[in-house]
Ligand binder design. Structure first.
Ligand SMILES: [Zn+2]
Length: 142
C-alpha cells in the first residue's frame, strides 16, 4: 500500500493512469486513480454531495469519505488525506453486501442523469466519457 498520493487536474481523464496520482476532472465532477494497494484497478470517485467531496488546500488533496474498493479482489479500504494514504479497516462480507446495495442505487442515480452536470461544449467528449464510466461501473457491480 502506498502512503502518499499526488494529484493532477485534467479536463478529461487520460487513457493511461499513473500509479499514485488522483486525476481530477472538474467539468465531469469526477476523480479517478489507480487503487493505492498497487493492484492497478481504476477507482472512480464521482464528486457529488451524496458521493465524494474533494478538498484542495493549494498543495494537496483530500477525498471524503474513505475509498472502499470492496468490489476488487484486494478489498482495500483507505482514506486520502492531504496527499497521504491512510489504511482503514478491511471490509467484512456483510459490510460489502450492504455497501453494494447502497452504492449501486446512488451511482446509478448519479450517472443516469449526466446531462445537467456537463457543459454543452463538452457534449461530444462527454458521450464517450460517460460510456467509459458506465463500463467501469459495470465492472464494479458484476
Ligand atoms: Zn487494490
Amino acid at each position: 500500500m502506498r502512503t502518499t498520493i499526488s494529484h493532477e487536474f485534467v479536463d478529461t481523464i487520460p487513457d493511461h493512469l499513473d500509479d499514485g496520482v488522483v486525476y481530477i476532472s472538474i467539468p465531469y465532477a469526477t476523480a479517478v486513480h489507480r487503487c493505492c494497494c498497487g493492484c492497478g484497478h481504476e477507482v472512480v470517485t464521482p464528486l457529488h454531495p451524496r458521493q465524494w467531496s474533494l478538498t484542495f488546500d493549494g498543495e494537496s488533496i483530500s477525498l471524503t469519505p474513505s475509498i472502499g474498493n470492496w468490489s476488487f479482489p484486494c478489498r482495500s479500504h483507505y482514506w486520502v488525506r492531504t496527499g497521504r494514504v491512510h489504511r482503514a479497516h478491511s471490509f467484512t462480507d456483510a459490510e460489502i453486501a450492504d455497501l453494494r446495495i447502497d452504492q449501486r442505487a446512488e451511482l446509478l442515480d448519479h450517472f443516469e442523469r449526466p446531462a445537467g452536470s456537463v457543459p454543452e461544449e463538452a457534449a461530444p467528449l462527454a458521450e464517450s466519457w460517460w460510456k467509459r464510466l458506465a463500463q467501469w461501473l459495470g465492472r464494479r457491480f458484476r
